[in-house]
Design a protein around this ligand. Structure first.
Ligand SMILES: *[C@@H]1O[C@H](CO)[C@@H](O)[C@H](O)[C@H]1NC(C)=O
Ligand SMILES: *[C@@H]1O[C@H](CO)[C@@H](O)[C@H](O)[C@H]1NC(C)=O
Ligand SMILES: *[C@@H]1O[C@H](CO)[C@@H](O)[C@H](O)[C@H]1NC(C)=O
Ligand SMILES: *[C@@H]1O[C@H](CO)[C@@H](O)[C@H](O)[C@H]1NC(C)=O
Ligand SMILES: *[C@@H]1O[C@H](CO)[C@@H](O)[C@H](O)[C@H]1NC(C)=O
Length: 768
C-alpha cells in the first residue's frame, strides 16, 4: 500500500507512477525560511502554486538594510503586501498592495505604525503567520491572483486595517535603483469593499510607471471607513470621502468592532474589474484559510516536489532537496492574461531576475521538472520579443531590464531547441528573436551606471562585436560581455543548424569563437599564461592582472568576476581552451588554482561550471566529484543555507544538480557526470517517463568516487551523457561508488562543438 502512516520518501519511490505518490506530503520537509538570511534574499511568504503571481508576505524595516524580498528576520513589520520577488539582488522590487493592522482608532495613517514581532514568524508551504508585539496576529494564505489575510486582535475594541497605496519597498543603497510611488486611486463601498490602483516606477530594471490594480473585501461591515491623502506624514484629508486619487500618498482605514477580521484581496495588471474577478473566482466568501493552505500544498506536491523522489530517510537531505525545489519555482511568475495592452494568445511569464543568473543550471532543470511551464516560458520569451522588440535578460513590472552581460535568452532558447522542446513554439520566430539580439543594436537607455550602451535588453556592445569581433573599452564590461556574446552566438548556431539554415549556422559558429580574440597568450598569473583581457581598436591587448577585475561592476571590464573565471567560460569551445591554456596538465592545474587561490566562489554564477571541467581530461573526473562534494557542504535547508544570493533559484538548482550527480552545459545536449548523493533517485520526466539513478557501494559523504557506471544497462566509460541517452525517453544510471578514485571514464571526452577536432590535443596533435 502506498499511503498513510509515516510519510517515508522510500514508500513514495515504490509508488511512483501511481496516484498514491501524490498523497505523500513532501511539504513537511520544506523550510520556507531557507536562504532568507546571509544575503540569500529568499522570499518565505505565501506562493500558493509554482509561478503564482501573488507572493504574499511581510515587509520588514530594519535601519537601512534593504529587504529584497520584503522579509528580514529582525526589525519591524510595516505591512503585509501581495507582490514580491524571491532571491534577487540589486534593489528590492515590489512590496505593493499592502495591509497593516492597527490597534485602536488611528489618528494619522501616514505615520509609522510598524510593529516588532512578539515571536518569530512561522511559515509553511502556502501559509504564513506573524505575531506582532501589540498582540495582533496575522495569518496569510493565497491563490495565484489573490490573497487572504486573517487577523486576530486581542479584543473587540476598535481595531483598524490600513491600506496604504503608497507602500512600496525602499532601497537604501543609493545606487539609483530605488522604487518610487508615483500615484494612486482608492475608493470604498458599503459592506467593507474597496478597490483602486497604485502606480510605481524605477527599481533595478529602471522601469517607467507601471500600475497594479487591487480589489479588497472584508468579511464584515466596518464600523467606520475612511480615505486619507497626504504628503510625508502631513494629512491633507482623512474623512469619510469614499474616493481619492492623485499623486499624494493615499489609501483607506477600516475600523471594526470585532477581534477576528478576514480580508480577501485580488490583484491584476489589467483593471480593478479583473482584480475583483480574480478574488471572487479564486477566494469566494467563506473560503477558509486552511482550505487554501491545503490546496497550495497539494499543488506544490503534485507539480514540483513529487517530481524528484529519493530513497534517503535522512531528514537533512530531504529538507535540503525539497526546500531547494521550492526556491527554484517561486519566480518567474506566470502572468498569462496579465499583460496590459497586449493582444496575444501566447503565455506570458515575467519576474525574470535574471537569465544571466539562471541560464547555466536553472532553466535546464526547469525544463525537466516543469516541462509544461517551461514550454510556456520559452513561448513567452518569444512573445515578449514580438511585443517589445527584444527578449528579456531580466524583466519585472512588464519591462525588460537589466542586462548584465550577454543576451542569455539565446542560450535558453538554444538549450530548449537542442533538447527537442517543440510543442506550440514557433521556432522560426524564436530564431528571429535570437537574430535580433545578434544583429540589432538596442537603443541606448542612457543608464548612469553604464552610459555607453543599452542595459535594457539585447546586446549593447554589438557595434564593436560586429566590427572587430571583440569589444573595445569603449564599452563597459567589454571582456565579460564578449565571453557571453560568444556563448550567445553559439546558441544561434545551434538553432540555425537545427532549422537547416546553413549559412547562418556557419556564421554564428564562427562568431562563437570570438572569445579567442580577447585571449592574450602573454597575460600571466601564478604560473599560467593566457587570459581573456581588454583589447583596443588597434588590436593591442591592455595590460591586465588576471586576478583583478577592477571594480568588477557596471563600469568595469569584467562584471562580477575576474579574468581567471571568465577565461574558463568558453564552454562550447573547451577543446580550444585546453589547447590555449597549455594542455591537459595545465588545464587541470588551472582549475585547481581557482580553488587554491580562492578565486572560486560557489555563490557567483560565472564560475558555476568551472569545478566540473575536469571531466574534459581523461582520468580526472574524480576531481569534479571532489569539487561537487565540497560545494554540497556549503548548502543546507537552514536560513543561512545558501552560499550566496538565491538569484531567483539559480543557487537552489545548482545544489539539486549536485544531488542528481550531473551538470548541464546549457545550449548543448551534454551533461557532465558527477556522483549522485542517494542510493536511489527517481526523476519524473512526465508522460510516463522517468530517469532512475542508483548508487551502490558508497555513500554521499565518504565513499563517493565513481568506480563504474551503467547507463540503460550498458557499461559506460564516458565522463558525460547526452540528453538523448537518459532524458529524452527516460533511462537508468547505475553507479558503483567507492572510497578511492577509479579510472573508469576512459572513453570519448565531452564534445567541444566549436573546437573542430577538439580531441586532437589529447592525441598530441596541437591545433593551429
Ligand atoms: C474609537 O472611536 C470610536 C468612535 O469615535 C469610539 O467610540 C471609541 O471609544 C474609540 N476607541 C478607542 C479605543 O479609542
Ligand atoms: C478569533 O481569534 C482568536 C485569537 O487568535 C482565536 O482564538 C479565536 O478562535 C478566533 N475566533 C474566531 C471566531 O475565529
Ligand atoms: C499559466 O497561467 C495560465 C492562466 O492562468 C494557465 O492557463 C496556465 O495553465 C498556467 N500555466 C501553468 C504551467 O500552470
Ligand atoms: C609552473 O609550471 C611548471 C610547468 O607546468 C611546473 O613544472 C612548475 O612546478 C610550476 N610552478 C608552480 C609554482 O606552480
Ligand atoms: C594601440 O593603441 C595604444 C594606445 O593608444 C598604443 O599604446 C599601442 O601602441 C597601439 N598599438 C598598435 C599596434 O598600434
Amino acid at each position: 500500500m502506498c499511503s498513510t502512516t509515516r510519510l517515508l520518501a522510500f514508500i513514495a519511490l515504490l509508488c511512483i507512477g501511481t496516484a498514491a505518490a501524490a498523497d505523500v506530503d513532501f511539504t513537511q520537509y520544506v523550510n520556507v525560511f531557507q536562504g532568507t538570511t546571509g544575503g540569500g534574499n529568499r522570499f518565505p511568504g505565501v506562493v500558493a502554486a509554482p509561478f503564482a503571481m501573488v507572493k504574499l508576505g511581510p515587509d520588514v524595516q530594519s535601519g537601512s538594510t534593504d529587504a529584497y524580498s520584503g522579509y528580514l528576520p529582525n526589525g519591524n513589520i510595516w505591512g503585509f503586501s501581495m507582490m514580491h520577488e524571491s532571491g534577487t539582488g540589486g534593489a528590492p522590487k515590489y512590496g505593493v498592495v499592502s495591509q497593516m493592522p492597527f490597534l485602536g482608532n488611528l489618528t494619522n495613517p501616514l505615520v509609522d505604525i510598524s510593529q516588532p514581532r512578539a515571536t518569530a514568524d512561522v511559515g509553511q508551504v502556502g501559509y504564513y503567520k506573524s505575531s506582532l508585539s501589540n498582540g495582533v496576529s496575522v495569518e496569510l494564505a493565497a491563490t495565484e491572483h489573490a490573497g487572504l489575510y486573517q487577523y486576530a486582535f486581542p479584543s473587540s475594541m476598535a481595531n483598524s486595517i490600513v491600506v496604504d497605496v503608497s507602500h512600496v519597498l525602499p532601497s537604501f543603497r543609493g545606487l539609483g535603483w530605488e522604487q518610487h510611488y508615483s500615484k494612486g486611486s482608492f475608493s470604498f463601498g458599503a459592506d467593507g469593499k474597496y478597490e483602486g490602483s497604485g502606480t510605481y516606477n524605477n527599481g533595478w530594471n529602471l522601469s517607467p510607471d507601471w500600475t497594479i490594480y487591487f480589489c479588497g473585501r472584508f468579511n464584515q461591515k466596518p464600523t467606520s471607513s475612511k480615505t486619507f491623502r497626504g504628503t510625508g506624514t502631513t494629512l491633507t484629508s482623512y474623512d469619510t470621502t469614499t474616493s481619492v486619487s492623485g499623486t499624494q500618498r493615499l489609501g483607506g482605514v477600516f475600523t471594526f468592532a470585532s477581534a477576528n477580521i478576514t480580508s480577501r484581496v485580488g490583484i491584476s495588471y489589467i483593471s480593478t474589474a479583473k482584480a475583483c474577478q480574480n478574488v471572487d473566482n479564486e477566494i469566494p466568501l467563506q473560503t477558509s484559510l486552511s482550505s487554501l493552505v491545503t490546496k497550495a500544498k497539494t499543488r506544490w506536491n503534485a507539480e514540483v516536489f513529487s517530481k524528484i523522489q529519493i530513497s534517503s530517510t535522512n531528514t537533512a537531505d530531504l529538507q535540503l532537496l525539497y526546500s531547494s525545489m521550492l526556491g527554484m519555482f517561486m519566480i518567474p511568475s506566470n502572468l498569462t492574461g496579465e499583460n496590459p495592452g497586449w493582444t496575444s494568445a501566447e503565455p506570458y511569464y515575467s519576474d525574470i531576475f535574471t537569465l544571466w543568473d539562471t541560464h547555466r543550471c536553472h532553466t535546464s532543470l526547469f525544463q525537466i521538472v516543469e516541462p509544461v511551464a517551461y514550454e510556456e516560458f520559452v513561448r513567452s520569451l518569444i512573445d515578449i520579443w514580438r511585443h517589445d522588440g527584444y527578449m528579456p535578460d531580466a524583466r519585472s513590472s512588464n519591462f525588460n531590464g537589466r542586462v548584465q552581460g550577454g543576451s542569455n535568452a539565446d542560450n535558453v532558447l538554444a538549450d530548449a531547441y537542442v533538447k527537442g522542446v517543440r510543442g506550440a513554439i514557433n521556432w522560426n520566430d524564436g530564431f528571429a528573436a535570437m537574430q535580433t539580439d545578434a544583429e540589432k543594436t538596442p537603443p541606448n537607455n542612457n543608464d548612469p551606471k553604464a552610459p555607453d550602451s543599452s542595459t535594457k535588453e539585447g546586446r549593447g556592445a554589438l557595434p564593436d562585436w560586429l566590427k572587430y569581433g571583440y569589444i573595445t573599452p569603449a564599452f563597459t564590461r567589454a571582456v565579460s560581455r564578449a565571453v557571453e556574446y560568444s556563448a550567445n552566438d553559439f546558441g544561434l548556431y545551434q538553432v540555425a543548424k537545427g532549422l537547416g539554415k546553413q549559412p547562418e549556422a556557419q556564421k554564428y559558429l564562427q562568431r562563437s569563437r570570438n572569445w579567442r580574440n580577447h585571449w592574450n597568450p602573454l597575460a600571466t598569473s601564478n604560473n599560467h599564461s593566457g587570459f581573456v583581457v581588454p583589447r583596443l581598436a588597434n588590436g593591442s591587448f591592455v595590460t591586465q592582472d588576471p586576478l583583478s577585475c577592477g571594480g568588477c561592476y557596471w563600469g568595469d571590464a569584467y562584471y562580477e568576476d575576474n579574468p581567471w573565471v571568465y577565461s574558463m567560460n568558453a564552454l562550447h569551445d573547451v577543446g580550444e581552451l585546453k589547447n590555449r591554456i597549455g594542455g591537459e596538465d595545465k588545464f587541470v592545474d588551472r582549475i585547481d588554482k581557482l580553488f587554491d587561490l580562492k578565486i572560486f566562489s560557489a555563490g557567483n554564477e560565472p564560475g558555476f561550471t568551472s569545478p566540473f571541467l575536469y571531466n574534459f581530461v581523461r582520468g580526472k573526473q574524480f576531481k569534479s566529484v571532489e569539487r561537487s562534494r565540497g560545494i554540497g557542504k556549503l548548502y543546507n535547508a537552514g536560513t543561512g543555507g545558501l552560499p550566496g544570493n538565491s538569484d531567483a533559484g539559480a543557487m537552489e538548482s545548482n545544489i539539486l544538480w549536485q544531488m542528481i550527480g550531473l551538470w548541464p552545459l546549457t545550449g548543448q545536449t551534454t551533461f557532465l557526470i558527477l556522483s549522485p548523493w542517494f542510493s536511489d533517485m527517481t526523476i519524473d520526466l512526465g508522460t510516463g517517463k522517468a530517469l532512475k539513478i542508483s548508487a551502490t557501494g558508497g555513500s554521499k559523504d565518504t565513499a563517493f568516487y565513481v568506480q563504474s557506471l551503467r547507463v540503460n544497462g550498458q557499461q559506460w566509460t564516458k565522463s558525460w551523457i547526452a540528453w538523448q541517452d537518459v532524458f529524452a525517453n527516460g533511462g537508468t544510471m547505475d553507479f558503483v561508488l567507492g572510497p578511492t578514485p577509479a579510472d573508469w571514464a576512459t572513453g570519448e571526452l565531452p564534445p567541444s562543438p566549436a573546437s573542430g577536432d577538439h580531441d586532437k590535443w589529447a592525441r598530441g596533435l596541437v591545433l593551429s
